[in-house]
Design a protein around this ligand. Structure first.
Ligand code: ZN
Length: 679
């Protein structure tokens, strides 16, 4: 939950300037044509990516399409092949892993059974909600739904204590909303009010699908919306969620039970399979206040209406077509502008991969990952880390005491590359023929046995635990463990290619590695020490120097306009922007110092620098629908793709040397005094 990553939810060698000729990637053979009519100094991102952006419109079933989606599509196809193979494995063959994958996939594809069942698989829980007759019943029902993997009011899981990173404790994180975040309920402008109205209409439709008369459905929708709006008021903002001091709050269980009894802390701590709970890390203390008050004061009937809706709405993607279509219409079409649903097989594969992460991942790695990958990428981690270490040593703005601690933290930073050596055990998971029941069973199983499972509470941290599955196209830094995670899926073209030039691999996966490493020292990750504890290890003077430099980045990004009148939030995106800037700087210098050891043009050759930066700029090529771009600008700590390039390269001195045609007066040219120097 405090993890820094490449994406929230996402190849080339390059012709020398002026030739405009297509040059192909060594292996992926996708031609790139630089658009010379867009001068690099006016818009380097579009200069490099224009041809690709024009020839890769967003498919009707996506909200955006970029290099991460290109690779994501390939991974989905691989997972489909794997699932089709698993479907033909019977339990008699003895391969329990494949049997479970096949069973899950078959239940998801069996639309006849899904249509016939309607919402019948939820009837026991709907009856439990209807039977709520007291405040105690209400508390019990919310805990029971959590235990069954269907709780929506909050997230409850196990992770290391941010104030004592050697012990594992439960974490409690805000939830309960249908709209993307609190501000969607609290904004008052015309567009926001229109969206709130559309959301109420969506809730009304879900109640109508459950069989309520229209008038009742509309009344119930008002109730649900009011309940959510009230919860939203106690939510932390996205900016508050990035503050380690505010979000690391260790409370003794007995205090929570005394002060916020309606949440049912004792019952949560005794969910079957949970380890012994002594303390809880509450990420947003304001939310437990608000939630407790609402559980004690809102009419029980309103709570019943709210819980019925939440259960059905959150299950809708796995129910019959009318429910799934309505869920798509609001959450994908209205919010992101996506025109069509993905094909059924893809929707099932994505759910299967999310819920059966390691089970699918183990088969995926064995079949699809080039065995050379782990060793080669490990080598790049080592060169980039060495470059970072020597650059910290040479910094003029940081004193020797902080430097020593920074280098210690860098040396201690863990790296997980590709896939785990030990895999999560699914032997206790039981599946059936019902898709929605399988989704709920798998969620409930993960709640106890998953990487953040409640059975880990009270135990010690296992350094081999992977918190993400290897088929995920993303990369992570977790400050509470001081470790980077690069799943196998992202170690493929267009980000990494064992047969490609060093300039390409350093410009892409090298940039991503540098990005995650830098997260350990950004405005958020830098406030955790080498052991993953929230701990101010910087001297006051060095912290001030750092803040002065990053303030320049806040100002820079506040001026970037994503859509007419809509600007990036420099504070919300600061950590990612620091990581993008540091990451490319580190990758460049690591390549200059070590790139000779790999095939391709020598880094000493000046045209190689152009190739490096051009290659890097293609990492972020992406077309986005306006609705999606608006939503991400308001909520996502990552900047829009064009600014992940243009916001970064124009702060790097060596970029200007590689492109001497960039001169004062060009749109993105930055005076030397405006360029921050951090890492
Ligand atoms: Zn990041």
């Amino acid at each position: 939950m405090v993890i820094g990553c490449i994406l929230l939810s996402g190849c080339t060698s390059v012709a020398p300037a002026g030739t405009n000729s297509p040059v192909t990637d060594t292996k992926t053979t996708r031609a790139i044509v630089v658009n010379e009519s867009i001068r690099p100094g006016d818009d380097f991102y579009t200069h490099v990516n224009d041809a690709w952006l024009r020839s890769n419109p967003i498919p009707a079933d996506k909200s955006a399409y970029g290099s991460f989606n290109e690779l994501g599509d390939k991974v989905d196809n691989d997972l489909l092949a794997l699932s089709l193979k698993a479907e033909n494995v019977s339990s008699k063959d003895g391969d329990r892993n494949l049997t479970l994958i096949g069973q899950f996939y078959r239940s998801g594809m069996d639309t006849a059974a899904i249509e016939k069942a309607g919402i019948a698989p939820l009837k026991d829980d709907l009856a439990m909600i209807d039977a709520i007759g007291s405040r105690q019943d209400l508390t019990n029902a919310t805990v029971t739904l959590t235990a069954k993997g269907s709780g929506t009011l909050y997230y409850y899981f196990a992770d290391s204590n941010p104030r004592n990173s050697t012990e594992i404790v439960p974490w409690f994180y805000q939830g309960g909303l249908g709209l993307p975040d609190r501000d969607y309920y609290l904004r008052n402008d015309t567009d926001s009010r229109k969206l709130q109205e559309t959301y109420r209409a969506h809730i009304t439709k879900v109640f109508a699908l459950m069989g309520e008369p229209d008038q009742q459905a509309a009344m119930d929708a008002k109730t649900v919306y009011a309940m959510e709006e009230s919860l939203a008021r106690s939510h932390f903002t996205s900016e508050e969620n990035r503050d380690p001091a505010k979000t690391s709050n260790i409370y003794p269980l007995s205090d929570l039970e005394k002060k916020y009894p309606a949440i049912g802390w004792e019952s949560l701590s005794t969910i079957p399979g949970s380890g012994p709970v002594r303390v809880v890390n509450v990420y947003q203390p304001r939310y437990i206040e608000g939630l407790n008050t609402q559980l004690l004061t809102a009419p029980l009937d309103d709570w019943k209406v709210y819980l019925r809706y939440q259960l059905v709405d959150s299950s809708s993607p796995y129910l019959s077509a009318p429910f799934e279509n309505e869920s798509f219409a609001f959450y994908s079409k209205t919010l992101y502008g996506t025109e069509e649903m993905k094909p059924r097989w893809k929707r099932v594969i994505i759910t299967e991969s999310n819920l059966l992460g390691d089970l699918v991942g183990r088969e995926y790695v064995a079949t699809y990952i080039d065995p050379r990958t782990r060793g080669m990428v490990t080598g790049m981690f080592s060169t980039i880390r060495k470059t970072f270490d020597s650059r910290i040593g040479n910094l003029t703005w940081m004193g020797s005491v902080t430097k020593a601690k920074a280098r210690e933290k860098l040396a201690a930073m863990g790296e997980k590359i590709g896939y785990p050596d030990t895999w999560m055990d699914y032997s206790g998971l039981k599946l059936s023929d019902s898709y929605v029941s399988n989704v709920r069973s798998a969620s409930a199983y993960s709640l106890i046995h998953g990487p953040q499972g409640l059975d880990k509470i009270g135990g010690s941290v296992n350094p081999d635990t992977w918190f993400v599955a290897p088929q995920v196209v993303n990369a992570f830094y977790d400050p509470t463990k001081n470790e980077m995670v690069f799943p196998a899926a992202i170690l493929q073209p267009p980000f990494f290619d064992p047969n490609a030039d060093a300039s390409l691999n350093y410009g892409r996966i090298g940039w991503l590695i540098g990005h995650e490493m830098t997260h350990g020292f950004d405005d958020q990750g830098g406030r955790y020490d080498k052991d993953g504890n929230v701990n101010e290890w910087w001297t006051a003077e060095d912290k001030k120097n750092f803040d002065n430099r990053t303030a320049m980045i806040v100002t820079e990004y506040n001026h970037f306009e994503v859509l007419p009148g809509l600007y990036l939030n420099g504070n919300l995106t600061l950590g990612e922007n620091i990581a993008d800037f540091g990451g490319l700087t580190l990758a460049y210098h690591a390549w200059k110092e070590n790139g000779n050891t790999v095939s391709g043009p020598s880094p000493a050759n000046s045209s190689a620098d152009r190739q490096f930066f051009t290659s890097a700029a293609a990492t972020w090529r992406e077309n986005e629908r306006d609705d999606a771009a608006r939503l991400w600008t308001l909520t996502d700590p990552h900047s829009a793709p064009e600014y992940r390039v243009n916001g970064v390269v124009f702060n790097i001195p060596e970029f200007y040397q590689a492109f001497p045609e960039i001169q004062p007066g060009d749109a993105f040219y930055r005076n030397v005094t405006d360029r921050p120097v951090i890492w």
